[in-house]
Design a binder for this molecule. Structure first.
Ligand code: BGC
Length: 451
């Protein structure tokens, strides 16, 4: 028998991902404190169509059914995030046992169904009480995070084999502190580098806490978007270098190399502080793996008016773009993984998010929902992943974003990334064609991609 060319290594970890505020709903139930996303979503004008996470996918109440959706796909792993303010309503100090209990029940449910939990401690929903104390601008945030992390490790590390400290610190600083499109909605060039630095100190402090209290694996999740120059003119090459340093190196370098790239000073100018050396020792903790979220690439051109990078992304003609305007570019996934290994060494890697928002037609009467563009995206990216493995990347697993349609942050429910369609009026879940393909991929360990 000839071996199908797209079969993945034995034991490859197939999963799907979500995050707390995007799916749970009931954000204030059972004694939870408000998060910055609760506040932001309830501030007029911040969210598309005035959408909020008040109900979202109602996962807080339907988690058992949702675990059955995962089981139907054959998932080996499920990546979710923990809402810090459910567990510590004031962010530090008093633990809310009911909040903790929700995650404990979810984890048990996953394990009973043969699905390995992968818990992210911070996927953007900072407790509002901590924002009142300065949020990520306060240097104490590293200690707050370590305190919270320790509570979680003590409660769940006996059952959770894989943890991440942060999800996508770049998005927190760029969206939350520089451009203001995401919570907490600040627009301040002087704040963004500080918030980013404290996030990475927090991640380091969380990893240190894990070494004291945990016995499995911990890592950190970055969104990596490879940057390609628009032309070989010197100014476009320099713009590409800046864009890459800003989005990709600003967080991975302090975590994995203990340094910052020099371009950050070029970009931020007087707003880039001299961070103390010992901080970079804290950020640079040994990780057991790195999670990479990959969605698209950027083709970068110099533009003196673009703040603060002096660089813009140029939309590529004659290419497929998703509903979030992102070019479908699967080669970028292979390139990202091989580049990451080259720069940071042979760290075990997971793709912790990858997926696409496309318009979905209404669910048909026979419960069918054809999503050819999403299916095509999935197929292409899984093949690109396979090519990275063949090129020697130590890739352990893949989590599709997302298990189901959910609240796409300030874009509300208008953008659907799910393998399962969610009817937000009835909460009915329906597998899309992409979900069916993914189930066959998992069952055949990639073999079905040959056909
Ligand atoms: C985030 C998700 C988000 C997805 C699609 C990632 O930046 O981690 O929460 O829904 O991309 O935009």
């Amino acid at each position: 028998m000839t071996r199908p060319s797209f079969r993945f290594p034995d034991g490859f970890h197939w999963g799907a991902a979500t995050s707390a505020y995007q799916i749970e709903g009931s954000p204030l139930a059972d004694g939870a404190g408000p998060s910055i996303w609760q506040r932001f979503a309830h501030t007029p004008g911040m969210m598309a169509n005035g959408d909020t996470g008040d109900i979202a996918c109602d996962h807080y109440r339907r988690y058992k059914d949702d675990v059955q959706l995962m089981k139907a796909l054959g998932l080996r792993g499920y990546r979710f995030s923990i809402s810090w303010a459910r567990v510590l309503p004031e962010g530090t100090g008093r633990v809310n046992p009911k909040g903790l209990d929700f995650y404990s029940r979810l984890v048990d449910q996953l394990l009973e169904n043969g699905i390995a939990p992968n818990a992210t401690l911070f996927h953007w929903d900072l407790p509002a009480a901590l924002d009142d104390r300065g949020g990520w601008l306060n240097r104490d945030s590293a200690h707050w995070f370590a305190e919270y992390a320790e509570v979680m490790f003590k409660a769940l590390d006996d059952r959770v084999p894989r943890w991440s400290t942060l999800n996508e610190p770049w998005v927190v600083t760029d969206g939350g502190y520089l451009h203001g499109a995401l919570a907490p909605g600040h627009r301040n060039k002087f704040e963004a580098p500080i918030a980013g630095h404290n996030l990475m100190r927090a991640s380091g402090a969380g990893i240190q806490a894990y070494r004291a209290h945990g016995r499995h694996e911990i890592g950190v999740v970055f969104n990596i978007e490879p940057k390609y120059p628009y032309s070989d003119r010197a100014e476009d090459l320099a713009a590409t270098r800046r864009a890459h340093a800003y989005m990709n190196l600003q967080f991975a370098d302090p975590a994995l190399l203990g340094s910052y790239p020099p371009e950050l000073r070029e970009i931020f100018g007087e707003a880039w502080p001299d961070f103390p050396e010992e901080d970079l020792e804290l950020t640079n903790q040994k990780v057991d793996f790195v999670g990479i979220n990959y969605y698209t690439r950027a083709v970068v051109k110099h533009d003196a008016n673009a703040y603060p990078l002096q660089a813009v992304s140029v939309r590529q003609p004659n290419r497929t773009h998703t509903e979030t305007g992102w070019e479908v570019f699967e080669q970028g996934l292979t390139d990202t993984l091989t580049w990451f290994k080259q720069r940071y060494g042979d760290i075990p890697l997971y793709i912790t998010e990858n997926g696409s928002a496309f318009y979905d037609p209404p669910v048909a009467e026979n419960d069918a929902l054809d999503d050819p563009l999403r299916t095509d995206y999935l197929r292409k990216h899984l093949k690109a992943l396979h090519r990275a493995i063949e090129a020697g990347v130590n890739l352990k697993g893949y989590y599709a974003w997302s298990l189901m349609d959910n609240l796409e942050w300030s874009l509300g429910f208008s953008k659907r990334f799910g393998l399962y369609h969610v009817d937000f009026a009835t909460q009915k879940r329906t597998p899309k064609a992409s979900a069916k393909l993914y189930a066959r991929v998992i069952e055949s360990n990639g073999g079905v991609l040959d056909t």
